[in-house]
Write a protein that binds this ligand. Sequence first.
Ligand SMILES: C=C(O[C@@H]1C=C(C(=O)O)C=C[C@H]1O)C(=O)O
Length: 117
Amino acid sequence: MSDTPINLDELRQRIDQLDSDILNLISERASCAQQVAHVKLAEDKDAVFYRPEREAQVLRRIMALNKGPLDSEEMARLFREIMSACLALEQPVKVAYLGPEGTFTQQAALKHFGKAP
Ligand SMILES: C=C(O[C@@H]1C=C(C(=O)O)C=C[C@H]1O)C(=O)O
């Protein structure tokens, strides 16, 4: 145990401040992704927005940078959702899967592409 007394209110204030920072940073990242979409369209009117090799690179980097306490798989899962939401801003994504809802193929698709609409 640490010698410093833990003050619940102070910790929650710190969490609120961090949440505000995370919110602003995710919004800034999303704006960047929108700009990426404009650049892609300016370069090619049939631009491909979904770039799996780039997403894999982003996730590998995040996992390498991660120092915990969340493990790298968990951190990658969070970033996959952020990228999924950013990609959805560039262009709505349609993902097909086999079978009714709840199948392993649907779970695999959600794990790979994230849950953004
Ligand atoms: C932002 C881009 O577009 C998409 C979104 C990505 C992201 O949010 O990091 C990465 C690759 C693309 O699927 C990009 O190509 O860099």
